[in-house]
Design a protein around this ligand. Structure first.
Ligand SMILES: O=C(O)[C@H](CS(=O)(=O)O)OP(=O)(O)O
Length: 226
């Protein structure tokens, strides 16, 4: 049982949960809530574009340095995803941290993507499907929100009852750290997280785990209710 960062090795024989609260796996959770059927996760923008050449019917979502590239259909924004016409669509998602983290897990017992939005459903899926298997929780960001989500999930998996309010405090602290770092960028590169933070802070709004299957060099996420 461990909580690790992106630089650390992932031990074999684990259920691996890749965590990205701000914003990749909050965006992915909203996509599934709105009727997306599956999400092919790419580690880089070029890999995402390559997947779109292979699957032209899919929408391409994601960011480079937090901003939507002109040739992408949707950014990495939960707010934007909450209004995009995506029902019944298949997506490709590529982001700086979250989708890259998913591809760091070569041979997990099970692979999941999580944010605060589906942390409880993630714990229930693991308890139902892999009781007794050790877990590794991979925080893809360096700021406080992923660590807070990992600690919340770790507590749930151990049978404790963590406080949602503590997780929300961690998300706010992480958002403040990110805002300070964005403020140092040139104006044209500043990312405005404010429309997204409410979505990122809604603990347990999604009632599904996002389970990943490794297919043809990428990870395919589907929403699984337990
Ligand atoms: O879009 C995001 O929130 C980040 C990119 S950045 O760190 O804000 O530039 O990507 P994610 O993979 O969602 O952490």
């Amino acid at each position: 049982m461990s909580i690790i960062g992106m630089q650390e090795l992932i031990p074999a024989g684990r259920v691996v949960v890749v965590i990205d609260v701000i914003r990749a796996f909050t965006t992915a959770a909203i996509a599934f809530e709105r009727g997306v059927t599956d999400i092919a996760c790419a580690p880089t923008p070029e890999a995402g574009r390559e997947l779109r050449r292979r699957y032209p019917e899919r929408l391409l979502a994601g960011e480079i340095r937090g901003l939507k590239p002109a040739d992408f259909d949707i950014g990495n924004s939960p707010y934007e995803m909450s209004t995009a016409p995506v029902h019944g669509r298949r997506l490709i998602q590529t982001t700086s941290n979250g989708t890259r983290g998913l591809t760091r897990c070569p041979d997990p017992v099970a692979l999941l993507a999580a944010s605060a939005r589906n942390v409880g459903a993630t714990a229930r899926w693991i308890a139902s499907n892999h009781p007794g298997t050790p877990w590794t929780l991979l925080c893809t960001g360096r700021t406080a929100e992923d660590r807070a989500c990992a600690e919340h999930l770790d507590a749930l998996l151990r049978g404790s009852v963590p406080r949602a309010a503590d997780l929300v405090d961690g998300i706010r602290a992480g958002a403040a750290e990110l805002a300070r770092s964005f403020a140092r960028r040139p104006v044209s590169e500043v990312v405005d997280l404010s429309p997204d933070l409410g979505f990122c802070s809604e603990v347990d709004r999604s009632d599904f785990a996002m389970v990943g299957y490794i297919r043809e060099g990428h990870v395919e996420l589907t929403a699984v209710r337990s």
